[in-house]
Design a protein around this ligand. Structure first.
Ligand SMILES: N[C@@H](CCC[C@H](N)C(=O)O)C(=O)O
Length: 262
């Protein structure tokens, strides 16, 4: 029989994309236990979240971010999770208002003012544009597709079709987009690893901003993206099809903290 664990956790959200965070600087968390992570993220039997994040020590930056999707598997970069871990690190007094931290896709610079976190994302130079959609990697893989009736779209159904149909086993996150005005887009995202629609996806929001600029839907390099969980901003520099200084900006805050025995 397994010994019971008593785990102290924090729950954060960034535009409604919610995460369980652990301060794992003492390495207490059983990192290979996929079913434990899936259980903690379960909204009926566990705490409930779209993902789980460990804050760990790192030799040459302020901390390291380890990200798991709610299916229990470690995955690629999470933009909203990145903003939440910055707010968490500030709460734990590990950082003040500026930080550099390590994530799966490399070092990220970020700053925090109140509950607004500005997170630098990776540079992007490969946007594949097809007739009906674009595909790019902003730390995680993203399919971006303009649709005519975003509100009534069956995101669960259509997202799964694309995630498995076009991208196979590896999969992709899938973003459906509608243009609201010159520099503002509304999006709904199907997330790989959650296998459903989330209220917001930071790498997805970033992908939409860059793909819309690349496809000349906007001339602005300061884009507003409306998600179901609130508004995010993406600022960037561009030279040809190379995007640098990509900043994801928006709210990230503590929802509650607690302990769970499992
Ligand atoms: N919610 C995230 C994306 C998390 C990773 C994604 N589900 C994947 O596995 O590719 C975000 O805010 O970027």
């Amino acid at each position: 029989m397994k010994a019971k664990l008593e785990l102290n956790f924090y729950k954060y959200q960034g535009t409604g994309n919610d995460f369980i965070l652990f301060d794992n600087r003492s390495n207490f968390f059983p990192k290979e236990d996929t079913s434990l992570v899936a259980f903690l993220c379960d909204r009926r039997f566990g705490i409930g979240a779209d993902g789980l994040i460990l804050l760990e020590n790192h030799e040459s930056s302020d901390f390291k971010m380890v990200y798991y999707n709610s299916d229990g598997n470690q995955s690629t970069m999470c933009g909203n999770g990145g903003r939440c871990i910055v707010a968490f690190a500030k709460n734990l007094n590990i950082i003040d208002s500026e930080t550099n931290f390590m994530a799966v896709d490399g070092i990220h610079h970020a700053s925090i003012e109140g509950t607004i976190v500005k997170l630098q994302m990776i540079d992007v130079s490969d946007i594949q544009s097809r007739e009906k959609y674009s595909f790019l990697n902003t730390g995680s893989p993203h399919h971006v597709q303009l649709v005519s009736d975003l509100d009534n779209l069956e995101v669960q159904l259509e997202g799964a079709k694309i995630r498995y149909g076009i991208y196979g086993k590896e999969g992709s996150n899938v973003n459906f987009v509608s243009q609201l005005n010159d520099d503002t887009f509304s999006i709904r995202t199907y997330e790989r690893g959650v296998e459903g629609e989330t209220l917001s996806c930071g790498t997805g929001v970033t992908a939409v901003a860059l793909a819309m600029f690349q496809n000349q839907k906007t001339k602005s390099n300061q884009i507003k993206v409306v998600t179901k969980g609130g508004e995010l901003r993406v600022n960037f520099s561009s030279k040809g099809s190379v995007y640098t200084n990509v900043q994801l900006i928006g709210d990230a805050s503590l929802v509650f903290k607690g302990s769970i025995s499992c």
